[in-house]
Design a protein around this ligand. Structure first.
Ligand SMILES: *[C@@H]1O[C@H](CO)[C@@H](O)[C@H](O)[C@H]1NC(C)=O
Ligand SMILES: *[C@@H]1O[C@H](CO)[C@@H](O)[C@H](O)[C@H]1NC(C)=O
Ligand SMILES: [Zn+2]
Ligand SMILES: [Zn+2]
Length: 359
């Protein structure tokens, strides 16, 4: 018989968990493994609320297992390191991203693409190598192998920096891989939410010319004045869209609801690339002819590997890039998830775990 979450490991842990597909979170006692030779224990101070958390607590992907402690944008202070750990010492700022283990032997792992490893273990709602479940960052401590712990730049605030660990790498990795990072490159960013707003910041730091594309005309002012975008397109305005045809080298599409992509493909210049980062629940419609007439590409990308996450954090530290956040106490989390579902946040909720998670 398997042990209860409270008894399966030696270290006591406490967090907030969803108990069923209602997705309502409440206090939860569980445990973490002992800090092994290669492990780092992090006392969690902040955890971002990613859109993925919302899908998982409500079992929208159909494979959630309860109790479920979400959270994979985690920052805090190192409180213990194993004897083989060289990268970290007690007291360091550290981050934990959506991945906490991979096989370290496959082609993907060998290239630093642990995020595409078939044996990758997610920070929550996954089975770890010892057969126990993983629990995420809406909790007091986490124990992670050093390979999957990120050094957090001292120049960045932990609270506003924490969303970069998922939102940041999700937009940074495709910019690098698809070559959408050179000065002067004309980049479109579709959707101005948790991902989109950090995409604008990274793109501006790379010296790109950024167009934000949104269904809400109301976001135009802040896209330009607050985030520094160069221009703004209302996707439902056919005149504006027509005038912008063929003007973008690449587009990062962060929208995770079903939406038409043909109008976006029309915005691309010859050799332009449309990169999808959201995961709509039903297939999108792709008409191929426009791709042929301009050698255009439609691609995808999911988070990034450990080396690249570190590179992204270091870049963010050097360019003072962080997320625009609303910092909330732990007991506000259910309201925050409801608000996130309605798109009512500018642009990322971050839970102040360190001072507001109390037993
Ligand atoms: C967690 O454990 C503590 C101490 O053992 C207990 O006081 C508390 O009621 C427990 N909380 C929950 C939600 O089970
Ligand atoms: C870094 O960015 C934050 C807000 O994002 C701002 O408040 C701060 O002044 C910036 N620091 C520097 C050194 O530019
Ligand atoms: Zn995420
Ligand atoms: Zn692997």
């Amino acid at each position: 018989m398997s042990k209860s979450p409270e008894e399966e490991h030696p270290q006591k842990a406490f967090g907030w968990a969803a108990r069923d597909a209602s997705g309502i979170l409440s206090p939860f006692n569980f445990s973490r493994r002992a800090n092994e030779d290669d492990d780092v224990t992090v006392k969690i101070l902040y955890c971002g609320i990613c859109h993925g958390d919302l899908h998982y607590v409500k079992n929208e992907f159909g494979h959630s297992s309860y109790p479920l402690v979400p959270g994979h944008e985690i920052t805090g202070i190192v409180t213990a390191v194993g004897p083989k750990v060289e990268k970290f010492k007690v007291g360091d700022h550290a981050g934990v991203a959506p991945l906490v283990r991979s096989c370290r032997a496959c082609n993907n792992c060998n290239q630093g693409l642990e995020n595409y490893c078939p044996g990758a273990v997610s920070a929550f709602n996954a089975i770890d190598h010892d057969g126990t479940r993983t629990y995420g960052g809406y909790s007091d401590i986490i124990v992670v192998n050093q390979h999957y712990v990120i050094r957090f730049p001292n120049s960045l605030p932990l609270d506003k920096g924490t969303p970069l660990l998922c939102a940041g790498i999700t937009v940074y990795s495709p910019m690098k891989y698809y070559g959408l990072c050179g000065p002067g490159t004309r980049l479109g960013v579709v959707g101005l939410g948790g991902l989109g707003h950090v995409a604008v910041k990274f793109a501006k730091a790379f010296g790109m010319k950024v167009t934000v594309i949104s269904t809400s005309p109301s976001k135009g002012k802040e896209a330009i004045e607050r985030l520094g975008a160069d221009s703004f397109l209302v996707s439902s305005d056919s005149e504006q869209m027509k005038a912008a045809m063929g003007t973008l080298d690449g587009i990062l599409d962060t929208v995770s609801a079903f939406h038409p992509i043909s109008p976006l493909i029309d915005l691309l210049t010859t050799n332009g690339k449309l990169i999808l980062l959201g995961a709509p629940e039903k297939p999108l419609e792709l008409s191929v002819f426009p791709l042929l007439m301009g050698r255009k590409l439609v691609g995808g990308s999911g988070i990034g590997g450990m080396r690249e996450i570190q590179e992204m954090m270091d870049f963010a530290g050097a360019h003072n890039i962080s997320a625009d956040t609303e910092i909330i106490p732990m007991d506000y989390v259910n309201t925050a998830l409801d608000r996130l579902a309605r798109g009512d946040v500018r642009y990322r909720f971050v839970i102040d775990v360190g001072t507001t998670l109390t037993t």
